[in-house]
Every structure is written in structure tokens, then in C-alpha cells.
Design a protein around this ligand. Structure first.
Ligand code: SF4
Ligand code: SF4
Length: 336
């Protein structure tokens, strides 16, 4: 089991306690935030552990990279606090268990990890993916979804096997189609002290590089786009400027709206799993109203899970839901 690099000393002198004061769900003032942070740092119980909706945002809000969200999940597990009902968790553990059917073989071209989303395989075609090997298997599942369940131990149990299988492919780089997979290799694993034996490449970086190679083919799309920022993006916010670059390259305007960037709202799927149906509906309504009000014609997804959760409701509001890779394929003149 890895050990989280969380240091209570780092919080000493942190006057703003951003991890809790900026949380949009707890509603703490500065004094309450400092008091509850101190309790958490001593490993004590706190209402934070029960009231957290696991939006991941405090991991982004901490200006000192101290991993407050990962620490919160460790504490939830230690104290037996379950943000999602246990029977649902147990079902997920069974359904997404590794099957042992992935046999590592040397990959000499670009390895792209599609993880648990075989239904999206038809989207990985055309110039952007022509010289790549697409990997899909429950054996390669990043397992970070269990952060939403208040569980770190299962991730710790499964991640060494995932790293070993990928290392067996002899890869130097792994392109992560799913933002949350990237977060495993670029954030969670290093935070818990695991050596990642390859360089994780975010899909934004990969798409930018492929588009640069095919620059003469690009036609500017002239679309107004809303971006649905996933919860996992809170774990690796450093890649966010790449999305603005991508939109520039394909001639798309990222509409100015309230619920974007650090103020993003999640897709709501996790709130439903937690039995917070009204919160899920409220978040979806505010988010979609905001996209429409801002004049978006398309909604761009970086997370397959958000895409599958929201695509029908997005279409229902007259916007076209698109994976970011499909947006790039459109700019290259490819049929979707
Ligand atoms: S976890 Fe980060 S934001 Fe929170 S008190 Fe510590 S240093 Fe400050
Ligand atoms: S994960 Fe989200 S809801 Fe939970 S404490 Fe952090 S910011 Fe608040």
C-alpha cells in the first residue's frame, strides 16, 4: 500500500484554508474551515467527512499541492464513512474487477488507453489514431472512481497490477483517452509514492501534436463551444491551458459562462450514485441553462463518463454533444 504524501505541517501558515473555504458544498467561513482542517490534520472525525460530495475540487484549490482530497478519502475509509451506499460500492467492485485477460505484448507505435470504454472504440479512427494501438481491458482500469466511494485501499490494491501490465508492453508513453486515467498516472500514483514506468500523455497534448502534424488539412470550424469540465480534471489542472490551445487551433470559441474552469459543475452522475438526486438535477439544470445562455452550439467532453451521462440532456437543449477527439476530427474534415 502506498503512503499518501500529505503533510499537516504544510498547512501551518496557510491563512486562506482554500481547500475548505472554497468548497461550494460545505459553505464554511474562514474560522470553521480552519477548525475543521485542524481536526482533519490530527486524523480526527469532522463533518467534512460526511458532507463532502466528492467533487475533487479541493485537490485543485490547495495552492501548496498538499492533496487535501486524497487525505479526506483516506480518513473516510479509516472511519468507515461511505459517501455511496455500500451495496452499490460492492456491485461496482465486482463489475469492474480485473479479469486477467490482458496479456502484455510489446507495442512499437503509440499506445492509447481506452480503459473501460469499448463502446467508444469507433471514435478512435482517422488520421489522429491511424498509427496507434488502442488498449482496452478491465485489467487496465484506473480505479480512481473509488475516490467517490471514500475508498483508497482498493485503488492501492489494484494499481500495482495495472502498472505492471502496462510496463510489460515496453511503452515509454501512454496516451490516456480518459482524463481520470491520466490523473491516476500524473497525480494519484505519484502522491502515493508509486513509480510510474512510462510518461502519461494527456489526450489534449496528443491531439495538439497530431493536429500540428496535419496542419494543412485543418479547416477552422467557427463554432461556439461550452466545455464540460470533469471532476477528474481537478486532479491535474496544469493541462487546462492545452484545451484553450486546441480550441484556437480548430477555430472554436470557448463561450464565457459561469460554470467553467475552476467554477465548473460536474455531470451529476456521482451525486445520483450517492442518492443526492435533487443535487444532481439542480447541478444539471444550472449547468445546461448556463451553456444555453452563453450561446453555445456544441458541448465538448473530455471525459467519456460525462459524455455518456449528459449527451442526451445536451441534445435535448439543442446543443450537439461532442468528444474533444471528434471535434478535432471534424476540423480535419473527417466524417464522424
Ligand atoms: S490542504 Fe492546502 S489549502 Fe488546505 S489548509 Fe493545507 S495547504 Fe491550505
Ligand atoms: S471534494 Fe469537493 S465537496 Fe468534498 S471537501 Fe473537497 S471541494 Fe468540498
Amino acid at each position: 500500500m502506498g503512503n499518501l504524501k500529505f503533510d499537516p505541517e504544510i498547512c501551518t501558515g496557510c491563512e486562506t484554508t482554500d481547500c475548505l473555504t472554497r468548497c461550494r458544498y460545505l459553505g464554511y467561513d474562514g474560522e470553521t474551515a480552519r477548525r475543521e482542517r485542524a481536526k482533519l490534520n490530527r486524523g480526527e472525525d469532522s463533518p467534512v467527512l460526511r458532507d463532502c460530495v466528492t467533487c475533487y475540487a479541493c485537490e485543485e484549490y490547495c495552492p501548496r499541492g498538499n492533496h487535501p482530497f486524497y487525505q479526506l478519502v483516506d480518513l473516510q475509509e479509516q472511519k468507515g464513512i461511505h459517501p455511496v451506499p455500500v451495496p452499490f460500492y460492492e456491485k461496482m467492485v465486482r463489475v469492474f474487477a480485473p479479469k486477467g485477460d490482458f496479456t502484455p505484448a510489446t507495442i512499437t507505435n503509440t499506445a492509447v488507453n481506452l480503459c473501460l470504454f469499448p463502446d467508444l472504440k469507433p471514435h478512435l479512427k482517422g488520421i489522429l489514431f491511424e498509427d496507434s494501438t488502442v488498449l482496452m481491458s478491465k485489467d487496465l482500469f484506473c480505479n480512481l472512481i473509488y475516490l467517490h466511494f471514500g475508498v483508497s485501499s482498493l485503488i492501492n490494491e489494484r494499481v500495482p497490477g495495472v502498472l505492471e501490465k502496462l510496463a510489460g508492453c515496453g511503452i515509454e508513453e501512454l496516451v490516456c483517452f480518459h482524463d481520470e486515467c491520466y490523473a491516476l498516472y500524473a497525480s494519484w500514483a505519484p502522491a502515493y509514492g508509486y513509480d510510474v514506468p512510462f510518461r502519461p500523455v494527456h489526450l489534449f497534448r496528443y491531439l495538439l501534436d497530431r493536429l500540428a502534424e496535419n496542419a494543412p488539412r485543418i479547416r477552422k470550424l467557427g463554432l461556439q463551444a461550452a466545455y464540460q469540465r470533469p471532476c477528474s480534471s481537478r486532479l491535474t489542472p496544469e493541462k487546462e491551458p492545452l484545451l484553450d490551445q486546441l480550441f484556437d487551433v480548430v477555430g472554436v470559441t470557448r463561450v464565457l459562462r459561469e460554470y467553467d474552469r475552476e467554477n465548473a459543475l460536474c455531470c451529476g452522475a456521482v451525486f445520483k450514485m450517492q442518492g443526492r438526486k435533487e443535487l444532481a438535477e439542480d447541478v444539471n439544470k444550472r449547468n445546461l441553462d448556463d451553456m444555453v445562455r452563453a450561446g453555445a452550439e456544441v458541448c465538448i467532453f473530455n471525459c467519456p463518463f460525462c459524455y455518456m451521462t449528459m449527451k442526451d440532456m445536451i441534445s435535448g437543449r439543442g446543443l450537439k454533444p461532442l468528444l474533444i477527439s471528434d471535434l478535432c476530427r471534424m476540423a480535419l474534415g473527417e466524417e464522424l
